[in-house]
Design a protein around this ligand. Structure first.
Ligand code: UDX
Ligand code: ADP
Length: 472
């Protein structure tokens, strides 16, 4: 049970609701850095919990470099994965909410506002099972003022039952980037803690202080913390859309995107990161967070602000559309029954996450053009691709004009008999493709569309492969 002393001096038991891409790695790193804290991760998805407990570390539910080693070191020592939500919350001094918050698909705010039903459900679960005083930390990416929703549920439910439960709420947004999650968590640029209860802030501050220097731990009011997360992601996404507009200009003008990106990135005010032109940004956060900003701006009657951020999303769509158009026009205006190899399906390298991956839209558009795709990704399995591509969007196309797709086991399996090769994710192994081997397996003329500018195009060209690069 919580005592004043415990709150300011040290947290002993943490529970995290949600064992996904955020909850799993974040709790693994807290467990590693704070061996005296018991960290329990719970999820309603029992299969996911089983996977986290799998003794075969290659079967963990998410792929993240370095994560397996931490799981091996901490699991069942001070890091636990369980479906026993009741018990885990009851004994926790601090509960992190790390559940999914996708964009609403229907009702008020559909297509823009976040669906908070999982956050709301988590808050209700906390209020039901918590004992004594509990610090609730919002970790999921959420719209501004979500803390108010959580607080309302926690306070009113607790009063009505007449039980002596006390809650304090903190916002502690996650800035980890998938594929680099462990590095980002162990060595963050900053940690943000928003809240108004000093003792609770201090408790969370003390956890991070175990491995992050105090100067990097920022304490703000709760709304600044929530808005900072949305703003940081919107700025990053804006940088990608900006460089993608320039890639279009480069292709027309003879300038080269790599040279332009390097030249502008050397200005320290701009910075060299996030200047890689590509097939547009994907992932679970950027689009959702910008949609949240747009919704918020409209709500507060700031239409110009909403329009500004809408453009960032529009450019992202435009980039994907023009890549598809380029492929179609280059392959003589029709893809009907043409074999095309797709290399990479995850939204970026080093993750098996496909949420909002540019590959989804690009593959669907190519299927709509009648192409026969062979898709290879080192970490995304065929079931996941099936889930993403099997949509009703193509139903209006007759079967004879609709393309098909199949899963490839390797790069060389994917390119067999193809007339086009489209690189969509910057996986390391695509940088060293054996183009001589590829040229023997493919048909002529064979085109490589490198949307990430990572392939060895000189070697490809030497082997009679025609090349299109984004921004060149
Ligand atoms: C992002 C933020 O970086 C992170 O701080 C936040 O907590 C969650 O959202 P993530 O979505 O995991 O992280 O990946 P990120 O590395 O930001 O990449 C997002 C997308 O932008 C990917 O599709 C990536 O391929 C693309 N991208 C990134 C580019 O197209 N060009 C770049 O230069 C960088
Ligand atoms: P993120 O990228 O934000 O981590 P994920 O979808 O990868 O999102 O993970 C969120 C996890 O939260 C899922 O595994 C989901 O089953 C879990 N979850 C959602 N609602 C609840 C809940 N009420 N109780 C426990 N777990 C939940």
């Amino acid at each position: 049970m919580y005592t004043e002393d415990k709150m300011s001096k040290g947290i002993k038991n943490i529970c995290c609701i949600g064992a996904g891409y955020v909850g799993g790695p974040t709790m693994a790193v807290i467990a590693k850095k704070c061996p005296n804290i018991i960290v329990t991760v719970v999820d309603i998805n029992e299969k996911k919990i089983d996977d986290w407990n799998n003794s075969d570390l290659t079967k963990l539910p998410i792929f993240e470099p370095g994560l397996d080693l931490i799981i091996k070191k901490c699991r069942n020592k001070n890091l636990f994965f369980t479906s026993d939500i009741k018990e885990s919350i009851a004994k926790a001094d601090m509960v992190f909410i790390s559940v999914n918050t996708p964009t609403k698909t229907s009702g008020v705010g559909a297509g823009r506002a976040s669906d908070l039903k999982w956050v709301e459900e988590s808050a209700r679960t906390v209020v039901k099972f918590a004992k004594g005083k509990t610090i609730v930390v919002e970790k999921s990416t959420i719209p501004v003022r979500t803390a108010e929703v959580i607080k309302c549920i926690l306070d009113t439910s607790s009063d009505k039952r007449g039980e002596k439960k006390e809650f304090s709420i903190l916002s502690n947004p996650e800035f980890l980037s998938e594929g680099n999650a462990i590095r980002d968590l162990e060595n963050p640029d900053r940690v943000l803690i928003g809240g108004d209860d000093e003792k609770s802030i201090e408790s969370l501050f003390n956890i991070y202080k175990e491995w992050v220097i105090p100067e990097k731990i920022l304490c703000t009011n709760i709304w600044s913390s929530e808005l900072s997360k949305l703003a940081a992601n919107a700025f990053l996404a804006q940088k990608i859309s900006s460089i993608n507009t320039i890639s279009g200009l480069c292709e027309k003008s003879g300038a080269e995107i790599n040279e332009v990106a390097k030249a502008i990135g050397m200005d320290s005010r701009i910075g060299s990161q996030f200047l890689n032109a590509g097939p547009g940004f994907g992932g679970s956060c950027f689009k959702k967070d910008i949609l949240n900003l747009i919704y918020l701006s409209d709500f507060y009657k700031l239409p110009e602000v909403a329009e500004y951020w809408e453009k960032v999303l529009e450019i992202n769509h435009w980039q994907q559309n023009r890549i598809v158009e380029k492929i179609v026009s280059t392959l003589f205006g029709t893809l009907n029954r043409k074999k095309i190899a797709i290399l990479g399906f995850s939204f970026k390298a080093n993750t098996n996450d496909t949420r909002n991956s540019p590959a989804i839209k690009i593959c669907k558009d190519l299927l709509g053009e009648g192409a026969n795709l062979k898709i290879f990704d080192p970490k995304v399995d065929s079931k996941q691709i099936e889930k993403e591509l099997n949509s009703k969007e193509l139903d209006f196309i007759s079967d004879e004009n609709k393309g098909s797709w199949e899963y490839a086991e390797s790069i060389y399996d994917a390119v067999q008999d193809s007339l086009g090769i489209v690189v969509l994710t910057e996986w390391e192994e695509f940088k060293s493709i054996n183009w001589e081997k590829v040229s023997l397996l493919t048909r002529d003329p064979i085109w490589l569309f490198d949307t990430r500018n990572i392939c060895n195009i000189n070697e490809a060209r030497t082997n009679n492969i025609l090349v299109w690069n984004v921004g060149l």
